[in-house]
Design a binder for this molecule. Structure first.
Ligand code: ADP
Ligand code: MG
Ligand code: ZN
Length: 607
């Protein structure tokens, strides 16, 4: 027998069983006897009636013996009146529970319709649920033209107090918010309210943060969208999303619309890297159209952020669009200190901790790097079960953010350790012996990330200009590791490869970019920033073959001279090199003070 029939059989058996159970428990419905009014009166007088339910003209009579009966009264008069007219004694009537059920028309109809309607309602509900779950899937398909505009409901409110440095950006934005709030002041003077402000700067410098601070401070609706969402998932929706976003913002005016990472759509049109992206172009066009469509007094300001201003379409920058540009630079020493202070809040720091010292060793760190550093510091302290975050933890965290985690587990042989010690010692010693080199902050032979060891030289204050002599000192220092290996072991290792790469790049720049070679004050080739323009994949060469070989010769000279300088220094001060290497092998890491304590006694005269 097939399973199907078996199942059917089981279902029938079950149903029969249930029916049987019901018949056991359900009282057999006795058909009530029908009484005329006279019979009813007799029964009442005989005291056989306990209860009469009156329902319109219908009387439901309950007897003492438990049986039921029905009767009908006259329409014109009430029940007690009727009974009294028929000579029911009032004492007998007192023993009867009279209950008048006042059935309204509504109740009546409901009792009639409910049994029919209820199943229908149930069916409708089932259908509704089915449709709803089907629709939520379909919704995403039907709704994709709508932008994912989020009204600024960032979880934690950010204010300008949470943003360190970035003074120009803050000032500009405060002024713009003022435009939104008191437009009259500006319009009366005939000024046009700025349409767009473009925040540009390297990643992690706080572009999103400062925009959020505007949202937190300005008390106008703040809409946020990431440009990559414009072109998400489906093609052909970017433009409609853009329209939608601008419409929402305009409806809520005065308001701010923040388009983060605008380079995702604002890339130069027709750049054609890997084929033109029509979708992106249409989205960009729509943004341009929308911004042009603003009336003179539309009180919507469009903020946008990018870390690639170089690839943005020039049309975006035209007056009336993103006509204001704010550059967010990497923080300088003071700003780094205050960023560290902001992110130190809520962390348990050791009392004597000096955040300025941390700031001093972190040039080139972005705000995000510094935030990360503070967090890493706390993690390091926690890993060692400390109650407080100490200065060393922060220094350690800085190295970690810069170079990657320490790789203590990596086994190095004694020979490798020695080689690394002399290599790093070479860098450090050259730095000490050159007047124009930056001081050493830290030397270490602990492997971190990809680096076998590292020597950190750091300017105590940020510099914006660098001279040729300083570059030459840098080059010599880069060569120090290589020269030291060669001098001590008569051999060189792969440990010097990144030094050499860095040195070669720097030397080429000195020739082609800074005009610091014998070829004179000329730059060669389009600067490499242009590579990012997306117009061309390789930098363009604007010089002849002969010049190219002259450049190569100059680069070679720079490198050889640097190597010779380093070699000479190391040869003259070989005992110092030996001392530094020994100290490194013993302690693995020398902080600034420890390092200078090793070299001081030798009284090296910098050249
Ligand atoms: P991006 O410029 O890439 O948009 P973000 O604004 O996202 O950078 O910054 C990342 C994080 O770095 C911020 O959330 C904040 O914690 C920290 N940060 C960056 N700049 C600053 C600053 N100037 N002051 C305080 N914190 C900052
Ligand atoms: Mg950002
Ligand atoms: Zn090196």
């Amino acid at each position: 027998m097939s399973r199907f029939w078996k199942n059917i059989l089981w279902a029938i058996v079950t149903l029969l069983f249930i029916a049987f159970l019901f018949s056991l428990f359900a009282e057999p419905a006795k058909a009530p006897t029908t009484l005329n009014l006279n019979q009813l009166v007799d029964k009442i007088n005989a005291g056989q009636v306990t209860q009469i339910k009156v329902n319109g003209n219908d009387l439901a009579v309950a007897m003492k013996d438990g049986s039921q009966a029905v009767a009908e009264k006259e329409t014109e008069s009430g029940i007690s009146e009727t009974l009294k007219n028929l000579n029911v004694s009032s004492t007998a009537l007192a023993g009867v529970d009279l209950e008048v059920q006042n059935q309204t028309g509504w109740d009546y109809w409901m009792s009639l319709l409910l049994p029919t309607i209820l199943p229908l309602l149930l069916l409708a509900a089932i259908f509704w649920f089915m449709f709803r779950s089907a629709k939520s899937g379909a919704n995403q398909a039907f709704n994709f033209g709508r932008s994912n505009l989020r009204l600024s409901t960032f979880k934690d409110r950010v204010t300008f107090k949470d943003v360190a440095g970035l003074k120009e950006a803050k000032e500009e934005l405060i002024e713009v918010v003022d435009f939104l709030k008191n437009p009259k002041k500006f319009l009366d003077l005939g000024a046009r309210i700025p349409r767009g402000i473009l925040l540009m700067g390297p990643p992690g410098t706080g572009k999103t943060l400062v925009a959020r601070a505007v949202a937190g401070e300005s008390n106008v609706p703040f809409f946020y969208i990431s440009a990559s969402e414009f072109v998400e998932m489906f093609v052909g929706v970017g433009a409609s999303r853009t329209r939608d976003a601008f419409m929402t913002a305009k409806r809520a005016a005065p308001s701010i619309l923040f388009i983060d990472e605008i380079d995702a759509v604002g890339r130069q049109r027709g750049a054609g890297m890997g084929g033109g992206n029509d979708e992106r172009e249409q989205t960009l066009n729509q943004i341009l159209v929308e911004m042009d469509g603003f009336d003179r007094d539309t009180r919507v300001i469009v903020l946008a952020a990018t870390n690639r201003p170089d690839i943005l379409d020039p049309a975006l920058m035209r007056p009336g669009r993103f006509d204001r540009r704010v550059v967010l630079d990497l923080p300088d020493l003071n700003d780094r200190e205050s960023i560290l202070k902001i992110h130190a809040e809520g962390k348990v720091l050791d009392k004597g901790i000096d955040l300025r010292k941390v700031a001093q060793r972190t040039p080139g760190f972005s705000g995000a790097d510094l935030a990360n550093l503070m967090n890493e510091g706390a993690l390091i302290a926690a890993r060692e079960n400390q109650k407080l975050i100490r200065q060393e933890d922060l220094f350690n965290a800085a190295d970690k953010v810069l170079l990657g985690p320490e790789r203590k587990s990596r086994m190095i042989s004694q020979k490798e350790k020695e080689m690394t010690a002399y290599h790093e010692g070479g860098h450090a010693l050259v730095a000490v012996a050159l007047k124009d080199a930056d001081p050493i902050q830290k030397v270490s032979i602990i492997s971190r990330g990809y680096a076998g060891g590292f020597t950190m030289k750091l300017p105590t204050e940020d510099r914006h200009l660098k001279t040729r002599t300083q570059f030459l000192a840098d080059l010599a220092m880069m060569m120090g590791g290589y020269a030291s290996e060669k001098l001590i072991f008569g051999d060189v290792s792969t440990g010097a490869s990144s030094d050499l790469k860095q040195a070669s790049e720097l030397a080429r720049q000195l020739v082609t970019k800074y005009g610091m070679s014998d070829l004179g004050p000329i730059t060669f080739g389009k600067s490499e920033d242009m590579i990012f323009l997306g117009r061309e994949m390789t930098s363009e060469r604007d010089y002849s073959e002969e010049v190219a070989s002259e450049i190569d010769a100059q680069v070679h000279d720079f490198l050889m001279n640097a190597y010779e300088t380093a070699e000479k220094i190391l040869k003259t001060h070989k005992p110092v090199l030996k001392k530094i290497a020994e100290a490194l092998i013993e302690k693995e890491t020398l902080e600034q003070d420890d390092f200078y304590a090793v070299v001081k006694p030798f009284r090296i005269k910098p050249i």
